[in-house]
Ligand binder design. Sequence first.
Ligand code: BES
Ligand code: ZN
Ligand code: ZN
Length: 513
Amino acid sequence: MKEIIRVELKSKKADPAAVETDLLVVGYFSGSKGLDRTGRELDRRLGGAISRVIELGDFKGKSGDSAIFYGEGRVAARRVLLVGLGEKTKAGPDTFRQAAALAANKAVELKARTVALVLHAAPGGRFDAATLAQVIAEGTYYGSYRYDEYVTDNDDGRLSTLEVELIDSDLQRLRKLKAPLARGTIIGRAQSYARTIANRPGNVINPPALAQEAKKLAAGTPGLTCTVLDEKQMKQKGMGGVLAVGGGSSRPPRFIVVRYVSKHAGARKLPRVALVGKAITFDSGGISIKPAANMDQMKLDKSGGLAVLATMKAVAELKLPIEVYGIIPSAENMPGPASFRPGDIITTYSGKTVEIQNTDAEGRMILCDGIEYAVKQGCDVIIDIATLTGACMVALGKYMAGLMSNDEALARQLKKAAEMSAEKLWQLPCGEQYAEEMKSKIADLKNIGSKWGGACTAAAFLRQFAGEKKWAHIDMAGMDVFEKPKESVSAGASGYGVRLLTTYLVNLANKKD
Ligand code: BES
Ligand code: ZN
Ligand code: ZN
């Protein structure tokens, strides 16, 4: 098996023209009057090659644009990569995250061993240097990531490591970048971790294997503890939702709880937060089986769970002064002799009964037990995240996830984190009318609503399990995967939610609204 690419990110005092590297990366805003100081110096040494390409119009500097120049001994770098940053007035932190991702993606493609980044210099002090360093680190991990551990031939010759340096000739400035680079590295690595486990197929990651993975993560991460309930323990507790969904599979369900408590949590009087992530290791639909086309993508139905698990890793490594429960109910939704079936009435962990009308609406059946567990642990804030409904994809496309909540302040905090992390959210309703549709004549609830508003009725179902607790729901269906590679990122699991949830918790720990 091939190792997932290892990326080392450091900062170094160096002059761009004199740095020895396989790839020197410089940013450029479209519509700029000319090159900045670094660009001018490189251009002069390269005999005007950069300005000629810009004058010819071959490189416009739009985001996603890039151009390569060869050092040929005139600069110490083997290659210079000019990366488009788009219009300067429209630039934000994500411009630099994306530019770093594009550069890192190209670096892997070019089989560069070393990369030197001067992207942070481009805006000339218009952005907070620490923010830039953090997002550039995040982008570096994002763009260099590849999922190819089962590709046994190495014809493409991908290198196993990539060394990236953020360079600056000003030592004073460089020192200030160290801590945010380390933060970005923690978040970037956590996101890559989520992508790797999510990308692994259903025959490799089943619920017990995911539980093993969570245990391994907790054992290797100071501050994390992991408890796993097996099917017997779930039966004792009455977790009917998870057990019903997991019934059809020969791989039994697991209820995974990863906990992080900082020593400083109590003194800070911050809320106890629960993150609840849907981890269906494969969703065939069960007895209400899905059509064959693209069913392979349903290995990614565990992505919400992985967003939670990876966020727990990041939170522990960042040593945030808070208390968080990562709750990950996991099952494989399969047809089989012991499957739950349409018509069944399930008693969930909360005691509420649910009439099953479609076994493909399984996510809510495991999440409701996860939410109830959070309530029983006395969590003040409960956030669930799930690839829950095709209807959410129909509503929002693949650009943003749906957000539903019973608390406007919590929704606002999540929207702020979405803005900062560029993992976007769009708020949708989940009130009375939607809840009305989820009432059953023969049980307390049923598991599907009418033909319309499927994302909202699913959220209205979950809302009822949170009771009076502050609750938010993130429907990330469609956000879990890039079907095709992009300029800045390879195809496969996206790791969506890791930056979003981590940013929310960082802000909470900083008591920022
Ligand atoms: N995991 C799916 C939702 C999904 C669909 C995620 C496409 C990512 C891409 C979920 O379990 C599901 O099957 N939902 C049904 C619900 C319906 C039966 C009410 C759906 O959306 O069709
Ligand atoms: Zn389903
Ligand atoms: Zn599903």
